[in-house]
Design a binder for this molecule. Structure first.
Ligand SMILES: [Zn+2]
Length: 289
């Protein structure tokens, strides 16, 4: 009996020890890189999400916030809705430093409204490539986008890999989101962006013929979906942007939104003027059709 009691006690003790070990290990499951990223993002949030109060080298944080006064984007009276004569655009040849900021995969119930506030504070008009299932969940956010002068494009119903599905399935994916946007806002989308950038010439031709959409790619990709930290996202956008660029970002990721005030203000300070995608096409050499 004594032996079995000892055995039971030992068993209990080892279970308790394992549980304790797991409890101790759990909070440090993240790699050092992930923990560092979390810390950087917190520094950015603490620095004021919209008005920058952090200066480089202050308060021991790892983020070196380049301080720029909040800019104000000039209103550009270029026509909207033109889709040009090309099947696809990643940038547009323009004489002035116009650029188009695009945000994919939303709307997100928290991050997208936060982004809309940031854009509104700077008079920046952007283009949102929405996923159909999100569009039907948050139609009021789509209405806010249109009311505040933004443009909405089609990013399929389920974020589908369009090169891997049938023509009928492509039609269904695109048709769903087209109808969802019209139903929410009354404004039909004029452009689309293929999820993952996955497209080919046959697909681009068919989408243009069936929906009238050019396929909108990008010239600047900060890889923000990999969550490299807000400072990295902002720096990548600012360093890679040139005249006529279409810039890609994702409004479903909180660190991307946190990166925006800094990225946008630095671009405004460099003289860039933000327009929507169809405005950029219209401003292109030769203009829209
Ligand atoms: Zn996407």
């Amino acid at each position: 009996m004594a032996t079995s009691y000892t055995c039971l006690s030992l068993r209990f003790l080892s279970v308790a020890a394992i549980t304790l070990t797991i409890a101790i290990l759990l909070p440090s499951c993240k790699t050092p890189e992930e923990l560092a990223i979390d810390k950087r993002d917190q520094v950015f949030v603490a620095g004021g999400n919209d008005k920058k109060t952090k200066k480089p080298g202050t308060s021991g944080g790892t983020a070196s916030y380049q301080s720029v006064d909040r800019g104000w984007n000039p209103s550009v009276s270029a026509p909207r809705g033109g889709t040009g004569n090309k099947l696809s655009y990643s940038r547009v040849s323009v004489s002035e430093p116009y650029v188009a900021m695009t945000f994919d995969d939303g709307p997100h119930p928290v991050n997208t409204p936060r982004l809309l506030d940031i854009l509104k504070a700077r008079n920046i008009k952007a283009t949102f490539y929405v996923v159909g299932t999100n569009a039907t969940s948050y139609p009021h956010i789509l209405r806010r986008m249109i009311a505040e002068g933004h443009e909405i494009g089609n990013h399929t119903k389920t974020h589908a890999y369009l090169t891997k599905i049938s023509a009928a399935a492509v039609r269904s994916e695109m048709g769903f989101t087209h109808r969802a946007i019209v139903q929410a806002t009354g404004v039909p989308p004029k452009t689309m962006r293929p999820p993952y950038g996955a497209t080919n010439s046959g697909l681009r031709t068919r989408i243009k013929q069936e929906f009238g959409y050019p396929s909108i790619m990008w010239a600047v990709d900060p890889q923000d979906w990999k969550r490299p930290g807000s400072q990295v996202v902002a720096n990548r956008i600012v360093s890679a942007t040139t005249k006529g660029a279409i810039i890609l970002a994702h409004d479903i990721h909180a660190p991307t939104i946190t990166a925006m005030p800094n990225a946008l203000d630095r671009l405004l300070a460099k003289g860039y003027k933000f327009v929507t995608v169809t405005q950029l096409i219209a401003l292109g050499e030769g203009g829209a059709e």
